[in-house]
Write a protein that binds this ligand. Structure first.
Ligand code: BGC
Length: 739
């Protein structure tokens, strides 16, 4: 046996030590490494602020490196691939990094209600309930869980930036992207999206809020010039973004396709610089919607920081504009600094992504829980729900694919079901979550039969023979289209009528992306709005139907009685604008060609129906429970922040969560719609018990936007505070005078 040499012994000792104390060894080793790295790259010192770190990197960068940071490099099916295209990982686009300075690439994926780009990467993502659905929970913790799950699943697939956070207000409910947004109230939408983004970014991805701004319909989205007065815009659509940016501090804001008051959103100085960057103090970067950049010099000066998904305007043309002095270097530096700052602030520099397997079961659990909190019970005559397991022997399940799946929302938001190829743009994707299976599982041994409803007579026949008939009705919507009307498509209204005529215990479960009209409402016993309910939608619906979960969700948009009651009874459909040849041989529009006048102004959603005294089918803030609540004891304490206190009692027989809503009517001299939502609280209450609720109100939510002075103003006078369980059921009210 030969003696081991000294070096050998030393090495063995290190190896032993390093296996015995792997983390200490690795720690020491990486400390050394990071010390060295911090010496050569002082901006890697995590004690410095994101601003300091961004400034230090910026000083090291060449002009070409700066240009690299302010544009994309293409995505699949989008123009001619650029030389760097191979560096993309299959998302919606990417921004180059600066490897010599330790700055990573930004890999983006759409992630409205789950990570979009999974199937084309051969990976898996959880589908959450749609954004509109989750908003119906009015729950900031649910919003946080939603964002955190998306953040984790993005990173597991190698992405470090999300494209999501839709926040446009529902001015036009036929908008095909309504399911990607949070409803019609700016305070609710902004608060929820802000919490989503906050928790998304806590997972170390760059967060995004979109589509800024007034992208309130999809028809002619590039032709449209949204005409809206400043005050109306600041108090509605922009307020939602203001609150979202204030709570979530997203790394990015995506400017929209449309123009606003004459200028395209991505070259609109008022929106991007005056409001977003100066007034709200936004520190991240403005990214264009895909192909929504129209110029170089104008867009750069207006405050666009990053063109996606290509480099038509912010690639070579921007470099030349800087070299020729048409774009000052300071201006380019500001764009680059903002991108860098977002990278440091979100942690994508310090926490590089590593592909990994996602927690599928955990994702299911979160998706189901949020779906349960999002499902709105709209009608429940004679206590048809919760379904009584002891009395039911047979159930008729009616509706297209209700034996296997539920519909989901299309376009760039689409999440692909597991094990399927990547879905085509605007394909109708049915998610494998089977209502029939979920309901059968609740009633083992019962006769649970299915009819697709394509032939209403055969569906009615089946319904006649069952104790209860449940119709799963769907309305599919998608990006890049609007709905012609709010009717359920494909003759489903007639189907429901026939089934209801055959069985007095008919329940309709709606899988919709926006409001629908219900000509059959008086003929059915129950209605449940399940929206696009995600990976575990059917289980969530079954839990609600059978009362294993007590419904608590409330509408975040009005369901009108008919399109005739909308601010614009006819959907505005602009004719296609004439395109011309643009950079890289693309055909482009150079300016908006059609004005859409949002002349309802401040009167968005319930504010419109209130002001116009139009009765509605179901009002904003409405939703039933299997228990009942009473409200009492309102006190309002004016102060720097007004505080509103009251008591909610659970007067029924089941524990439940009540969303208690607080509205304010401003003094008449303010010239506002009759009331606005100013706060809410969701409280869990046991039967017979009461909860004392206190809501503090941000002064901005009581203010008006004073155009003459370009600022928020509290109008002195009498304010009426109203409290209750829906915008049209407000049993408590108190008047106070505010200075
Ligand atoms: C959509 C954006 C999306 C982008 C990238 C655009 O068509 O409007 O919401 O993030 O595509 O897919």
């Amino acid at each position: 046996m030969t003696k081991p040499c000294r070096a050998g012994i030393a090495l063995a000792a290190i190896l032993v030590l390093s296996t015995v104390l792997p983390s200490a060894f690795a720690q020491h080793h990486s400390d050394n490494q990071s010390d060295k790295q911090t010496q050569s790259h002082p901006w890697m010192n995590t004690d410095l602020s994101p601003d300091e770190r961004a400034d230090m990197v910026l000083k090291q960068m060449t002009l070409d490196e700066k240009i690299d940071l302010v544009h994309g490099n293409g995505m699949r099916d989008w123009g001619k691939p650029r030389p760097n295209a191979y560096l993309g990982i299959g998302g919606a686009g990417f921004v180059l990094g600066v490897p010599r300075l330790g700055i990573p690439m930004i890999q983006m994926s759409d992630a409205a209600y789950g990570v979009r780009s999974s199937a084309e990467n051969g990976r898996y993502s959880t589908a959450l309930p749609s954004n509109l659905a989750s908003a119906a929970s009015w729950d900031t913790q649910a919003a946080c869980d939603y964002g955190a799950l998306i953040g984790r699943e993005l990173r597991a697939q190698g992405f470090n930036m999300t494209l999501g956070g839709g926040t446009d207000l529902t001015r036009e409910p036929r908008n095909g992207r309504t399911f990607e947004y949070m409803g019609e109230d700016p305070v609710l939408a902004g608060t929820l999206v802000g919490n989503r983004i906050k928790c998304e970014q806590a997972e170390h991805v760059i967060g995004d809020i979109k589509h800024y701004a007034v992208n309130d319909q999809e028809s002619g989205r590039e032709e449209v010039d949204a005409i809206i007065d400043k005050r109306a815009m600041r108090e509605s659509d922009l307020l939602a973004f203001q609150i979202g940016v204030g709570i979530g501090h997203p790394g990015a804001v995506m400017c929209s396709y449309n123009a606003v008051n004459g200028d395209y959103a991505c070259e609109n100085k008022y929106l991007l610089t005056e409001v977003l960057k100066k007034d709200w103090g936004f520190k991240g970067f403005v990214v264009s919607d895909w192909g929504a950049t129209h110029t170089t010099v104008k867009a750069s000066a207006a405050g666009l920081d990053n063109e996606q998904p290509l480099d038509d305007y912010f690639g070579q043309p921007l470099k030349q504009a800087v070299q020729s002095g048409k774009v000052p270097m300071d201006e380019l530096d500001d764009h680059v600094r903002r991108v860098l700052r977002a990278e440091f602030a979100s942690g994508i520099v310090d926490y590089p992504t590593k592909k990994s397997v996602v927690d599928i079961e955990g994702g299911f659990e979160t998706s189901r829980r949020i779906a349960e909190q999002s499902t709105v019970l709209l009608k429940n005559d004679n206590g048809v729900m919760p379904l009584d397991r002891t009395k039911l022997n047979s159930i008729a399940i009616v509706g297209l694919n209700a034996d296997t799946a539920m519909i989901s929302g299309g376009g760039s938001a689409q999440v692909d079901p597991p094990g399927r190829p990547a879905s085509k743009w605007q394909a109708r994707v049915w998610f494998p979550t089977s209502p029939q299976k979920a309901i059968s599982a609740k009633l083992p041994g019962a006769n649970v039969r299915f009819d697709s409803g394509e032939n209403p007579s055969s569906a009615a026949e089946l319904a006649k023979s069952a104790d209860v008939a449940i119709v799963f009705a769907h309305q599919w919507t998608s990006e890049a289209m609007d709905l012609p009307n709010l009717s359920l498509p494909n003759n489903q209204d007639a189907l429901i009528e026939q089934v209801a005529a055959a069985n007095p215990h008919t329940i309709v479960v709606l899988e919709t992306g926006t409001a629908v009209t219900m000509p059959w409402i008086d003929k059915v016993s129950g209605v449940v709005e399940a929206w696009y309910a995600g990976s575990k939608g059917a289980d969530a619906v079954a839990n609600i139907l059978f009362g294993d979960v007590n419904p608590s969700a409330k509408l975040t948009m009005t369901f009108p009685r008919s399109e005739a009651d909308l601010p614009h009874p006819q959907l505005v459909t602009p004719p296609p604008g004439t395109k011309v040849k643009g950079p890289n041989n693309k055909t482009i529009l150079t300016k908006p060609t059609f004005s859409v006048h949002y002349d309802e102004g401040l009167k968005v959603g319930y504010k419109w129906y209130d002001a116009e005294k139009k009765p509605v089918l179901f009002p904003f803030g409405y939703g039933l429970s299997y228990t009942t609540y009473s409200y009492s004891g309102l006190t309002v304490k004016p102060g720097k922040e007004t505080s509103v206190t009251f008591t909610v009692k659970n007067t029924g027989g089941q524990a439940g969560a009540e969303i208690a809503e607080v509205y304010a009517a401003l003094p008449a001299s303010a010239g506002e719609p009759p009331k606005r939502l100013v706060g809410w609280k969701k409280v869990q209450i046991n039967p017979g018990e009461s909860a004392k609720v206190s809501v503090t109100i941000d002064p901005t939510y009581l203010s008006i936007y004073d155009e003459a002075h370009d600022g928020w103003k509290l109008v002195p006078g009498d304010y009426t505070f109203m409290v209750g369980g829906s915008s049209q059921d407000l049993p408590l009210s108190a008047k106070v005078s505010l200075p």
